[in-house]
Design a protein around this ligand. Sequence first.
Ligand code: PEP
Ligand code: MN
Length: 337
Amino acid sequence: MIVKMKTDITVSEFENFKKKMESLGLEVKDASGETFKVVGLIGDTSKLVESDLYAIPGVMEVTRIQTPYKKASRVFHPENTVIDVCGIKIGGGNFTVIAGPCSVENHDQIVEVAQAVKASGAKLLRGGAFKPRTSPYAFQGLEAKGLDLLVEAKKETGLPIVTEIMSEDMIDRFVKDVDIIQVGARNMQNFHLLKALGRTNKPILLKRGLSATIEEWLMAAEYIMSEGNDKVILCERGIRTFEKYTRNTLDISAVLAVKELSHLPVLIDPSHSGGRWNMVEGLSQAALAVGADGIIVEVHNDPEHALCDGAQSLKPKRFDNMMKKLAQIAPIVDKKM
Ligand code: PEP
Ligand code: MN
């Protein structure tokens, strides 16, 4: 970390600053010139909060060199992480497709969709049981019953299941029955939930928050990893911008940024980003081309009557066509499907 200080800093102010830094185990290296006063802080600065430094008299400007996250950082873990979910490898050159309805609605719906997406090559089944809806009057999900139905769909198809958790009190049930626990965009900074999930051994699909920076997203991953669970899969699902035509703006460059900064696998959600079913195929192709490790996509057997997100859901037939095209493109961009 580099700290620019007031040029007229007093000797006692400087000594106070130095003592504080040394008490944190950091070495203070003076790199001042004739007209400026600059010091370098050497050592593990991950526990330092920049804004706290500004409270120390004499400090003018703080520049971080090391990232504030360590376990999620590629610097300390150069090789890509590959996460094994019931024998399916996420990362490591694979393009994994997770598909299913936004919400589990009833037995026949989830099983029918599961069978269809499996036949088209999806490796895991998604389906929301606990739904984080903007309106409290909208369909909130079948909750525990939805989990029962997902378990049945898994039994009938063999597809591992991915579903969203909203509160800590459901962790035991999720650990028992769910193969990847999803943390939705709205809970990306629910730090208690993240820490509690960090104490489990389950793969966690961590969606990017509605307006989260890449650093905030990686810090959320760090919360999970700091408690001992390093099985984190990131998911870019579009961020909020001024644009209204699409539901969110898919930040395709986030995949490249995350790949540079972190070793964790990263998926794209082409459904919640565009918010329109006719954009899903193009965004999925973009995901494959940009080097994402897969997609999580909404598929519904009757989108018109879906209880949630019908407008962005693909019908099984369209999903099948999309999968065929993706399978043709995959080898060109060195991905296995
Ligand atoms: C979802 O996957 O159904 C969902 C609610 O996504 P997000 O958290 O990205 O909005
Ligand atoms: Mn949805």
